[in-house]
Design a protein around this ligand. Structure first.
Ligand code: HEC
Length: 278
């Protein structure tokens, strides 16, 4: 009787402390640390849970039990605690991966779309700039004087060998091709005008326009095995020139690059002779 009365006292005392702790934690988490409401609730629950534990610790000891009864009580206790725990946990807000995924998609999609759009706009702008540049050059050539300018214009427009080069865009195409040469980093292995390939991995290309027809250059780019530069047997056998441009480049880009290479006709620079292989 005595023990029971003092236990009621303990419950009241611990209960009061627990409520104070819960209120303090709620106020602190909300106003001091600005936790979201879910966490505020969680902290309050923790305070109440702790109160329960302290009350249990102070509870008068039970009379000892043994044998089957003890095991049954233990299992029973385990089941009750597990049920309470599961019920409590499932009452809390649940994390749903699909909801999170949806959120992420909502954030990322417009950004992706924006960058794609940005890229295309950038390319269009660049094309316009190049077009304006080549127009300006052609105008300047025209003011230089009649026939001569016409001839130069024709040679830019026609690229090189036997008029086989694509005509579309003329100087524009050559400029785009030069840009492709930079973008595809051909300069890593090749030299033009003394620039590029510090390590001399591949042949200089200064006179390639006189040595290869446009179709042959295209063949070389689409399949590097098709041609071999004379004196570069070792490099050819090691397959040094990458076999990736047919995947990386569009037909138009290849055409532009070839149009640019066709303009390289500096016979004073020793350029290795291309040998047909396949
Ligand atoms: C990793 C180095 C490497 C890169 C990058 C590379 N090449 Fe080559 N290229 C070579 C080597 C080595 C040879 C000589 C052996 C052979 O013909 O395969 C060669 C040969 C050539 C030839 C024939 C030259 C001749 O005189 O016969 C052409 C044309 C050519 N490359 C163009 C290009 C273009 C255009 C690009 C960029 C799209 C490019 N290469 C990128 C290594 C490279």
């Amino acid at each position: 009787m005595e023990a029971q009365r003092s236990f009621i006292g303990v419950v009241v005392k611990r209960g009061f402390q627990g409520i104070v702790a819960a209120v303090v934690m709620w106020l602190a988490s909300r106003y001091l640390f600005h936790f979201p409401p879910v966490f505020q609730v969680m902290f309050v629950l923790y305070a109440l849970l702790g109160t329960g534990v302290f009350i249990l610790l102070d509870a008068p000891s039970l009379s000892p039990v043994s044998g089957i009864k003890a095991i049954a009580l233990l299992v029973g206790f385990y089941v009750v605690v597990s049920l309470v725990f599961i019920a409590g946990a499932s009452a809390l807000p649940q994390y749903d991966p699909m909801v999170e995924k949806g959120k992420i998609e909502k954030i990322v999609k417009p950004k992706l779309a924006a960058t794609e759009k940005g890229k295309i706009e950038e390319l269009l702008k660049r094309t316009k700039e190049l077009d304006a540049e080549s127009q300006a050059i052609l105008k300047r050539l025209e003011t230089l004087g009649g026939e001569k300018a016409k001839r130069i214009e024709a040679s830019i427009g026609g690229g090189a060998s036997a008029g086989a080069a694509p005509r579309a865009g003329g100087g524009n195409l050559v400029a785009l091709g030069k840009e492709q040469y930079e973008l595809q980093e051909c300069y890593n292995c090749h030299k033009i005008g003394g620039k590029g390939s510090v390590k001399k991995r591949g042949p200089v290309l200064d006179n390639i326009g006189n040595l290869m027809k446009t179709e042959e250059m295209k063949e070389k780019l689409l399949n590097p095995r098709a041609w071999m530069a004379e004196g570069f047997e070792k490099e050819y056998n090691k397959k040094l020139m990458p076999d990736k441009y047919k995947e990386l480049m569009s037909d138009q880009e290849i055409d532009a690059l070839v149009a640019y290479l066709s303009t390289l006709k500096d016979a004073s620079v020793q350029t290795p002779k291309p040998v047909k292989k396949l």
